[in-house]
Design a protein around this ligand. Sequence first.
Ligand SMILES: Cc1ncc(COP(=O)(O)O)c(C=O)c1O
Length: 360
Amino acid sequence: MKVPLNRMFVDEETRNAVMEVLESGRFVKGPKASEMEERFAELVSADHAVSCSSGSTALMLAFKALGIGKGDEVIVPSHTFIASINGFQHFGAVPRFVDVDPETYTMDPEKVKEVVNEKTAAILPVHIYGHPAEMESLEQIAEEEEIALIGDAAQAHGALYNGIDVGCIGDMTCYSFFPSKVITVAGEGGLITCRDDELFQMLKALRNHGRYENERDISSMAGFNFRLPEIQAAVGVIQLKHMEEWVERRREIAKVYNEELSSIEDLFIPVEKEWAKHVYYLYVVRSKERDALSDHLASKGISSGVHYRVPAHKMPYFKKVPTLPVTERIVNEILSLPIHPLLAEEEQKEIISAVKGFRP
Ligand SMILES: Cc1ncc(COP(=O)(O)O)c(C=O)c1O
């Protein structure tokens, strides 16, 4: 494809940072992972940050740290990447799927109220595509019901809810540095932010075989090896220097798309609520002719994507699931257009002109 959906940033500083780690001979448990944690916590104004091996393992660590397991239910949107739902299932908890808001595609708090019950152990909103979920209502429910609130911000580095970074809301927030994400690490990586000191110590122990930092030879619990390698952390540290500028660039690209595409009949463009700062990890439009539009773009050398075609509750291993009308409708209509900080103006013009030239 002439215009790819995404492109990874690699500069001289990144190459040098990788070489430095290679030459240092220190590949794990080194200074780069700590630096990544400090920088990330600063950027999202979080009290604590714990790096780990992926967004998926971040979610596993979060649920393990809270002791969520057999007999517990986790309220979660079905409209997400399947990793949101996989983590807690390894500990015996089960998902309680809820529908999403038709404008933001994030968890509908009213639906959460309908399903919360004595088995509910946690609510897991997903800040999908980079738009924050409606956190105030969810926080209220979590407080009233005395259950955990864990944010999946794998797609939402830097997203704000009412001016507050999503990394500071709830008990924990989980991030991914998968190669397509807002911040990447040239491989796999993830991170958890949290407020509570004890939770912070436990998360660090859990990712390192259950060993607390002051008890080197003792495993206090069955932990994991979910550490972030130094090469990945070194790349991440460089990327974080650009985070604010890249988010602004994503927002500028989205603004141009919005201006150019909003008048097209039957094309639904993304919504940014007045209480939200959307970071546009993905720019997702909706069209009843989604597949034909995607084919048309491909014929012009333009990549597009569908995030996600099969909602989680439709995965064959779930036997008894609710009907989720909004989710089930939008998965047939959503289409992600290229958006990333390295997208050239000329490329965006081509994309816009191709979308405008589409005749179903
Ligand atoms: C919403 C969401 N949750 C979780 C993950 C899992 O992250 P990772 O791929 O780093 O394991 C991803 C990304 O892949 C994601 O988009």
